[in-house]
Every structure is written in structure tokens, then in C-alpha cells.
Design a binder for this molecule. Structure first.
Ligand code: SF4
Ligand code: MG
Length: 318
């Protein structure tokens, strides 16, 4: 069955009105320049949809994306192109996102020539610079995607993004399709590149063990909503939301990383028909009577930290 993001894409792709479902319902997310925000949750929780909304691939069904104090939906022409270039997406499957008929030189240089970002005579040089930066031999420019390993293909994807000099990388599960032994190398590349260029990252992953290593702040999503957000060190030390606590308790050892991620009993409810009250209550070990009735808002529980749970912000007695 299709994922939430696919359903949204299919629904919008057919030209029908957007579904009632808001995959990223009431998400209030801000990211500071230069920080790495890890966005975590089970598959189907809306992480990829949120990533696509932020990069402008998918229009938000409600709400807005504001970048550098400007509403993205209102950007036109050159301003919109600037945004689409500044905010680059790195996809989970580097093979599916690279055109198999194109040589590496064209994949990496395409946006540069299409949008005339550098003079024609300097495109080869820019491509070589991007390849070198991601640790690929410049001789590879004449090869095709199928001639590379998964890790190398993801490096090509990163080179393509870097070629246009982005400010912000939205990385959607960028290493989860790679062998565990290769994951660390690619993660190190992400971190090197970030340090060199002062980039901002939204790093989407179901792998909390990975997110813990690289994130300044973490946002935990459940059924399309952020249920906890705050500094990574604080959330990992003292998770406030029972769902965060369950995810952290279930961080697998490196050897078990590839196994299906299922930290809790019970199925993930359909986001199309979320449970009433706190959407997490059917799976929550600490659920109270009020949790079945009233949805807890995402509320500040300490400076820079918010959670959506009645344990932290009890509703007023009626
Ligand atoms: Fe659990 Fe209730 Fe908190 Fe929801 S509001 S996470 S059900 S304790
Ligand atoms: Mg996804």
C-alpha cells in the first residue's frame, strides 16, 4: 500500500482537490541557520512529506513555509528559482534520483547550465570541483550512474546538490539504503561538507542512533505531528514524551540497524483516521483517561523544549 507521501502525491497529481488529510498537520518547525535538525519517526509518519513541502516539491495543504523571513508560496520567477537552488534535497535512493542515461558530468552540471549559474566555459571546472569535494575521482565524470556503488551514487547526489552552492540541505533518509559499513563514510562526508560551507541541515531519518550523532536539535514526529522537539542531548538524556522515550529505549545496536524499526507494540494507526484525544494513546504505556478525550498541544516544557503530552501540560480541570 502506498505511503502517506505517495497518497498525497497521487491525489495532487491527478488534479483532484487535496485530501482532507494534512500529512503534516499543525507542524510548527523552525530551523536556525547552521544547525542540524534531526527529524525522526516511524515510516509513514509524514517525515518525507514534510521534507518535500519544505523543499517546494510539494505544496503545503495548509500553513506556510517561511525561509529567510519570506513566504515560499509567494515567491515568483527568479526569487522562486533562487529558493529552489538554495534549498537542495538529498534523496534516500541515490539510484532512482540519478537519470541513468546521463553521464555524471551532466548530472552534476545540469542545473548550472540550465539556469546559467556559471559561464559555459567554467561548467567542467565546477563539476570537477564538486566531484573532488565529495571524494570522487574527476575521471568519473564520463561514467554513468550504474557504474557506481550505492555509496558512490549518493556522493554523486551530494555533488549535484553542492554544485549549485546551497545554503540548506534537506536529507531524506540519505544513508538508509546503504550498507552499514558505508553509512558512516557518507555521514562523515555530510558533516565535513557542512563544516566547510556553513550549511544548515534538516536530516530526516527513522534511525535515532544516527540522528543522535549528528543533530543539534531533534524533532520527533508521530502521525504527522511533532510530539517533541528540543536539544538532542537533552531529549536523549531525558525524553519528555512517552513516544520519544520508547524510541530511545529501542535504539538498536549497529548490527541490528537494518532490521525493521518497530519499537512499540501495536500497529501504527492510519494517519487518515488518527485516534481521538492524544493520537499516541492506544500505544502509550502511561495513558490516562484524559488522553482518550483531549489532544495535547505541543507546548513549551522548558526553554527551547516542547512536548505534546498531558503528563507535562495537564489540561485545565473542567
Ligand atoms: Fe501518553 Fe497521554 Fe502523554 Fe499521549 S498525552 S503521550 S497518551 S501520557
Ligand atoms: Mg520516508
Amino acid at each position: 500500500s502506498p505511503t502517506l507521501a505517495e497518497r498525497i502525491l497521487m491525489a495532487t497529481g491527478r488534479g483532484k482537490p487535496p485530501p482532507v488529510l494534512r500529512a503534516v498537520d499543525g507542524v510548527d518547525l523552525s530551523i536556525a541557520r547552521g544547525e542540524v535538525l534531526g527529524l525522526v519517526g516511524e515510516s509513514g509518519c509524514g517525515k518525507s512529506t514534510l521534507a518535500r513541502v519544505i523543499t517546494g516539491i510539494l505544496p503545503p495543504t495548509s500553513g506556510e513555509v517561511v525561509y529567510d523571513q519570506r513566504k515560499v508560496a509567494g515567491l515568483k520567477g527568479r526569487d522562486r528559482l533562487d529558493y529552489l537552488l538554495k534549498v537542495q534535497m538529498i534523496f534516500q535512493d541515490p539510484y532512482a534520483s540519478l537519470d541513468p542515461r546521463m553521464k555524471v558530468s551532466r548530472i552534476v552540471g545540469e542545473a548550472l547550465s540550465l539556469h546559467k549559474l556559471v559561464p559555459k566555459a567554467q561548467i567542467d571546472e565546477a563539476v570537477d570541483r564538486a566531484l573532488t569535494e565529495v571524494g570522487l575521482d574527476t575521471a568519473y565524470r564520463e561514467r554513468y550512474p550504474h557504474q557506481f556503488s550505492g555509496g558512490q551514487r549518493q556522493r554523486i547526489g551530494i555533488a549535484r546538490a553542492l554544485a549549485v552552492k546551497p545554503d540548506f540541505l534537506v536529507c531524506d533518509e540519505p544513508v538508509s539504503a546503504l550498507d552499514v559499513s558505508i553509512q558512516a563514510q557518507v555521514i562523515n562526508l555530510f558533516m565535513d561538507v557542512r563544516a566547510r560551507h556553513g550549511l544548515t541541515y534538516l536530516f530526516v531519518s527513522h534511525d535515532l542512533g544516527l540522528v543522535r550523532h549528528i543533530s543539534d536539535r531533534v524533532a520527533i514526529m508521530y502521525l504527522g505531528r511533532i510530539v517533541e522537539i528540543g536539544p538532542a542531548a537533552e531529549i536523549f538524556a531525558t525524553p519528555a514524551h512517552p513516544y520519544s522515550a520508547a524510541l530511545i529505549a529501542a535504539i538498536p545496536s549497529a548490527a541490528r540497524r537494518k532490521q525493521a524499526f518497530k519499537p512499540l507494540g501495536g500497529e501504527l494507526p492510519s494517519p487518515l483516521a488518527p485516534p481521538p484525544g492524544c493520537p499516541f494513546h492506544p500505544r502509550c504505556p502511561q495513558a490516562m483517561a484524559v488522553c482518550r478525550e483531549i489532544r495535547p498541544p505541543l507546548a513549551e516544557i522548558a526553554p527551547g523544549r516542547s512536548a505534546a503530552c498531558h503528563l507535562h501540560t495537564p489540561p485545565e480541570a473542567a
